[in-house]
Design a protein around this ligand. Structure first.
Ligand SMILES: CC1=C(CCC(=O)O)c2cc3nc(cc4[nH]c(cc5[nH]c(cc1n2)c(C)c5CCC(=O)O)c(CCC(=O)O)c4C)C(CCC(=O)O)=C3C
Ligand SMILES: [Fe+2]
Length: 341
């Protein structure tokens, strides 16, 4: 089926994600793809490799993307949109370039792309646009045009799904007394300074906290890598837990991974394993709220993003922090200056 908006016709939807290993033998080649030219110390790579080996080398991310694609296909069909959905990754199979080649072979001329990052940073936004252009260039003549959908961090459906996940977590403890601790992937300060990332995150933390009738919350960062002398966003989640325990051990903490759209390795290792262990040592009650995953409100929001492109749905956004991201302004989320080592 072709979807038409004036003279523009789309004939596929591409889901574009980070990628993750699917067995022990994949782990090091995957990590080398992620960190090529990034100045990440070898020791950090070996340490992260251990997290993957703990799960037999299988990242949860691919299963999560498959589940999202399944749910999204059903959601699109239910609204009369029969676009074929393709899947490509930045760092592991199915690699984006192979997918773009297959799209070309299938006769796809113009596709929409949905990336699995919600917030704007070089890693979660512009780098995906560069990935798309690089893949198209290597496929060459006849490669489909691919338009990335706008950032959806402030789509009401994303917020509603996140609020529902937090409400569920609060229901398992003395929710009224619980402190809300939002977390997102740390990024280097050089990237943070040129990204809307932190401002977008803070705006959504505020709205989600309000959605569960809490008026205080904190945002912290997790999963930092890079050499110690390079500054990244702080404070780290583990340090904040120590401070919260010292303030009042009796008040439970709900950790909310708002910066991730599904239960990636960073969530199942850095939070469910490391942060939970630290909380245990500190005598602090910690529950982790779910990621939006395939929550129906989130899946419906992703369908609306497609409809927006066809002028079949209004653009719904809770903030004005994403407006110049459709498409990104030339000056937005530039590649950071990397250390030369
Ligand atoms: C902002 C952001 C998101 C959130 C947005 C989003 O959700 O996309 C994200 C997601 C992810 N990050 C992931 C994995 C990794 N990220 C790494 C390294 C890095 N991430 C960075 C940023 C982000 N990353 C940065 C600035 C680096 C330094 C290297 C560089 O400048 O590019 C490394 C290297 C080793 C290390 O951790 O040091 C790994 C293995 C996975 C897959 C997990 C799985 O397998 O389930 C996912 C979804
Ligand atoms: Fe951007």
């Amino acid at each position: 089926m072709r979807l038409e908006r004036g003279v523009v016709t789309y004939d596929a939807l591409l889901v574009l994600s980070f990628g993750g290993p699917e067995g022990d033998a994949d782990v090091m080649p995957f990590l080398e793809n992620v960190t090529r030219g990034r100045g990440i110390p070898r020791e950090r790579l070996l340490e992260v490799a251990e997290h993957y080996h703990h799960f037999g080398g299988v990242s949860p991310i691919n299963g999560q993307v498959r589940a999202l694609i399944d749910a999204l296909e059903r959601e699109l069909r239910a609204h009369g949109i029969t676009l074929p959905v393709y899947w490509g990754n930045r760092n592991w199979h199915p690699m984006l370039e192979d997918t773009v080649r297959r799209m070309k072979d299938d006769g796809v001329r113009r596709a929409l792309a949905l990336v699995t990052s919600a917030f704007g940073s070089y890693s979660g936004c512009r780098q995906y646009r560069e990935d798309i252009e690089r893949a198209r260039a290597s496929v060459g003549e006849g490669a489909p045009e691919i338009e990335k959908l706008r950032l959806y961090f402030d789509h009401p459906g994303f917020a509603d799904a996140q609020i529902a996940r937090v409400r569920d977590a609060l229901g398992t403890i003395d929710g009224e007394r619980a402190r809300l601790l939002f977390t997102a992937h740390s990024i280097p300060m050089s990237m943070a300074r040129t990204s809307p990332y932190e401002a977008q995150l803070r705006a959504m933390c505020e709205l989600v906290a309000r959605g569960v009738a809490h008026d205080t919350w904190e945002l912290c960062w997790q999963s930092r890598s890079g050499p110690p002398q390079v500054p990244w966003l702080e404070p780290d989640v583990l340090d904040v837990l120590a401070r919260l325990a010292s303030e009042d051990r009796a008040q439970p903490v709900v950790v909310i991974p708002i910066g991730f759209t599904s239960d990636h390795m960073e969530v199942v290792w850095d939070l469910d394993h490391e942060a939970k262990a630290r909380a245990g040592e500190l005598g602090l009650r910690l529950v982790r709220a779910g990621t939006v995953g395939t929550h129906p409100a989130f899946v419906a929001a992703m369908r609306e993003l497609v409809q927006e492109k066809l002028a079949a749905a209004p653009k719904r956004a809770l903030t004005t922090l994403g407006n110049d991201h459709d498409p990104c302004a030339a000056s937005c989320c530039p590649a950071p200056q990397r250390p030369s080592r």
